[in-house]
Write a protein that binds this ligand. Structure first.
Ligand code: 13P
Length: 249
């Protein structure tokens, strides 16, 4: 059985006081024992969050990393630094990184490998633009992004990832993929994973992201190949985030 993972991605939002608000709310209200909750925070918040969430059922993660372990790379953050600050996860290949910061498939692969070397769980994000969907290229795009990473990994490394399907047209737009649209892509992703190894496909968690909120989480999470969510905007509201965690329980 795959344990559902609800991961909040704060992007470049929030504050240290919001970290404390979340930690207090989780301490008071908890998260269902059958669900794993995580928050992908801006790197400067991680150390404080690690202390605030100590002993609580919320894992922490970074939103990106550089592929080198250290050196003269002003402004960048390494996997080892994220681990040092208490992170267990890191997002890699988010569409905002691909589009705004020019990270191509080779850069994404290098970051996944660096995350694995540091002992982090990479959450590999894949997703098509509206133009690609309208051109009937959804599966070709997302399977291409998946293969660009998974082809290069060893059989021991592949099970250490989480994959998130985030249609670019559904991110921050309020326009969610229908449960059927999302399930169709998740099924294709899992079928591709099965070409490496059926056990890998059975065990790997596939998250959906793109305008997931308390009102639509349950029907998305009810799909057989959707094992959790990567939640942007709604993860900044503690009531919404905890409600989504409840829907996964
Ligand atoms: P929204 O939930 O705000 O659409 O963002 C999704 C996302 O990009 C999570 O990584």
């Amino acid at each position: 059985m795959r344990t559902p993972l609800i991961a909040g991605n704060w992007k470049m939002n929030g504050s240290l006081s919001l970290v404390e608000t979340f930690a207090d709310a989780v301490a008071e209200r908890g998260v269902p024992a059958t669900v794993e909750a995580a928050l992908m925070l801006p790197a400067p918040f991680l150390s404080v969050a690690t202390r605030a969430f100590a002993g609580q059922p919320v894992a922490l993660g970074g939103q990106t990393l550089y592929h080198q372990p250290s050196g003269a790379f002003t402004g960048e953050v390494s996997g080892g630094m994220l681990v040092d600050c208490g992170a267990r996860y890191v997002l890699v290949g988010h569409s905002e990184r691909r589009e705004l910061f020019g990270e191509d498939d080779a850069a994404v692969l290098a970051r996944v490998q660096a995350a694995l070397t540091a002992g982090l769980t990479p959450v590999l994000c894949v997703g098509e633009t509206l133009e690609e969907r309208d051109a009937g290229r959804t599966e070709a795009v997302v399977l291409g992004q998946l293969a660009a990473v998974f082809d290069a990994l060893s059989p021991d490394e592949r099970p250490r990832l989480v994959v998130a399907y985030e249609p670019v047209w559904a991110i921050g737009t309020g326009r969610t993929a229908t449960p059927e649209q999302a399930q169709q892509v998740h099924e294709a992703l899992r079928a591709h994973l099965a070409t490496y190894d059926p056990t890998l496909a059975e065990g790997l968690r596939l998250l959906y992201g793109g305008s997931m909120k308390a009102a639509n989480a349950a029907e998305l999470l009810a799909q057989p190949d959707i094992d959790g969510g990567l939640v942007g905007g709604a993860s900044l509201q503690v009531d919404d985030f905890l409600a989504i965690c409840q829907s996964a329980g």
